[in-house]
Design a protein around this ligand. Structure first.
Ligand SMILES: Nc1ncnc2c1ncn2[C@@H]1O[C@H](COP(=O)(O)OP(=O)(O)OP(=O)(O)O)[C@@H](O)[C@H]1O
Length: 324
């Protein structure tokens, strides 16, 4: 399988009050062509920061300290700022939770789509307009030609998100990053946008990095999943492995916290304790204060990543002991 994105041993920090704190701790993962990788984990675990590192959009107090981020074999961390900028939009496109952050409210949909197509595809105005209509139709927008004359505020949230998807895809990116793109939409529209992304994944030759905290969305869209906890990857596997055979106590906790209406006496079991903040020092596994299985080793050293079944990776001493 052809790898589109390969992130290796990524370490990133934020400087707060002149002190540098690790926000991503040695993260590695990859995405193949026509594959959707979901990144899940509680608020603050580093999902968005991962995307910002890839897009080179970290705020001023953040920096990538070490590791590599390769897009189709080119290590982006080795490129100049200018070269990196040219990747954004063209080779990597991003859709956000709120499409209005990416659309200009003062310009028509048509103007914005055509500008984007002319810039990234090198086409003239007439050709760009034709392609803009094609892409709006591709994302399921009816009467596409007349929509070109509308302003973002004239469209519903679901339609705006479709326009943004059309805009991003029209540049034919190798990687599509979607950061909680359906969180602000109501459930039926959310389902439509997920179905659309699933259909588009099959026909475009890009990989999709999908950020969400919603496990229902993960089940709908993911091929593979990585689970982050406090900036560290604790588990990775296919969507079936993560849902049917979770191994890390944190992943098991996430699964138990999802309501299951099929069971008569199902009780949501929240994960005990609180999520550590960035500045909190924790020796060993960062999940140890909340883990009922934690023993002396867990408080001493960070567990290595082991493969518990083909393609299923876990960083946990309990999983390691179960294997032996
Ligand atoms: N500019 C910043 N300066 C300092 N800390 C930051 C900054 N931006 C984010 N953080 C911290 O980095 C950590 C990771 O944040 P991130 O936004 O990646 O979390 P997330 O998993 O995407 O959460 P959410 O689901 O709430 O969006 C958090 O502890 C957050 O407070």
């Amino acid at each position: 399988m052809e790898k589109v994105l390969e992130v290796n041993n990524l370490v990133a920090t934020f400087t707060i009050n002149k002190k540098e704190y690790e926000v991503l701790r040695d993260i590695s993962f990859s995405i193949n062509k026509n594959e959707t990788l979901c990144v899940v984990g509680e608020s603050g675990c580093g999902k968005s920061v991962t995307t910002l590192c890839i897009m080179d959009l970290l705020p001023n107090n953040g920096r990538v300290v070490s590791g590599s981020i390769s897009l189709n074999g080119t290590d982006l961390t080795k490129l100049s700022k200018k070269e990196r900028n040219s990747y954004r939009g063209k080779k990597m496109g991003m859709i956000f939770q709120e499409p209005m952050t990416a659309l200009n409210p003062l310009l028509t949909i048509g103007y914005q789509l055509c500008e984007n197509i002319m810039l990234h595809r090198g086409l003239d105005k007439k050709e760009a307009k034709k392609l803009a209509v094609e892409y709006l139709e591709k994302v399921g927008i009816a009467q596409a030609e007349s929509r070109l004359k509308q302003y973002p505020f004239q469209l519903s949230g679901g339609l705006r998100q479709r326009v943004l998807i059309a805009m991003v895809l029209s540049a034919q990116p190798d990687l599509l990053i979607a950061d909680e793109p359906t969180t602000a939409l109501d459930v039926t529209i959310q389902k439509q946008v997920l179905t659309l992304l699933n259909d588009l994944k099959k026909e475009m030759s890009a990989g999709i990095l999908f950020i969400t905290h919603d496990l229902g969305v993960v089940a709908e869209i993911a091929d593979r999943v990585i689970v982050l906890y406090s900036g560290r990857k604790v588990e990775e596997g296919s969507v079936a492995q993560i849902f049917k055979n979770p191994k890390h106590p944190y992943t098991i906790g996430l699964m138990n916290a999802v309501p299951n209406v099929d069971l008569d006496e199902f009780e949501i079991q929240p994960i005990p304790g609180t999520f550590p903040n960035l500045t909190e020092e924790i020796k060993g596994c960062r999940f140890n204060p909340r883990c009922k299985y934690a023993h002396s080793r867990c408080f001493e050293e960070v567990p290595c990543t082991i493969e518990v079944e083909p393609g299923h990776f876990v960083s946990c001493y309990k999983a390691e002991e179960e294997m032996q």
